[in-house]
Design a binder for this molecule. Structure first.
Ligand code: CA
Length: 229
């Protein structure tokens, strides 16, 4: 999943970025409300983690504008401002959840998982394609009952393809899903990830087909026991 983090405290931002990336997510980080507003207009995100006390545009204003544009992505507010009136105000502005600093990273991670579970395939946390099964929030995959060992990038690739299983996914869409501003994914890097994923899917009855000039399609292969080369 691709996540935008708007947080101006460098140590908190570093901790959150590291935690989300360990979880296999692509994270873009901004430390200013105006940059957050611009990033939300320019890119598609699956989740916004929003500090309220931001330089430039206040976090509340970023959230108000986001909801004003009709964007329904989940928003987790993290803030030092506490108190019942503040919580009610922020939830009324359109936040989905609220975490008061300081918080334990384990609780932050659990809340992110809960919010992403809600949006993964319209609330269905598991996807099944033939004998392949994916637990999206848990980042796990199985062929029948055997675990498929995937790196975070391979899982992200499989997830991006599986969420659009009946449609072709372009290389640009895959790179958007897998990459944040701090990480480069070259064409060559994407080819390598696809190659590795195909090898791991061999024998699963599901393969990644190249649609020349358009992109890739995750589909059940005719003969289980082989995958598309
Ligand atoms: Ca702040």
């Amino acid at each position: 999943m691709r996540i935008l983090l708007a947080e101006d405290d460098p140590s908190i931002a570093d901790g959150i970025c590291a935690s989300l990336r360990r979880g296999g997510h692509a994270v873009d980080h901004v430390a200013n409300g105006n940059l957050a507003d611009a990033a939300l207009r320019d890119h598609g995100y699956d989740l916004l983690v929003l500090d309220l006390g931001l330089p430039g545009l206040d976090g509340s204003e970023v959230l108000r504008r986001l909801r004003g544009r009709g964007a329904g992505m989940p928003v987790l507010v993290v803030t030092a401002r506490d108190g019942l009136p503040e919580r009610v105000r922020v939830l009324d502005l359109g936040a989905d959840d609220y975490l008061v600093k300081p918080f334990a990273l384990s609780e932050f991670e659990a809340r992110v998982r809960a919010l992403l579970r809600r949006i993964s395939s319209q609330g269905v946390p598991e996807l099944q394609l033939g004998r392949l099964r994916l637990d999206l929030p848990g980042h796990r995959a199985w062929i029948d009952d055997s675990t498929l060992e995937l790196t975070a990038r391979e899982f992200g690739l499989l997830e991006a393809l599986a969420l659009r299983a009946d449609r072709v996914t372009s290389r640009t869409q895959l790179i958007e899903a897998l990459c944040d501003w701090d990480q480069e994914l070259t064409d060559n890097g994407l080819d390598i990830a696809i190659h590795r994923l195909r090898r791991k899917l061999q024998g699963s009855g599901t393969g990644v087909r190249t649609i020349r000039g358009l992109g890739y399609l995750l589909e059940e292969t005719v003969h289980s026991g082989d995958a598309h080369p």
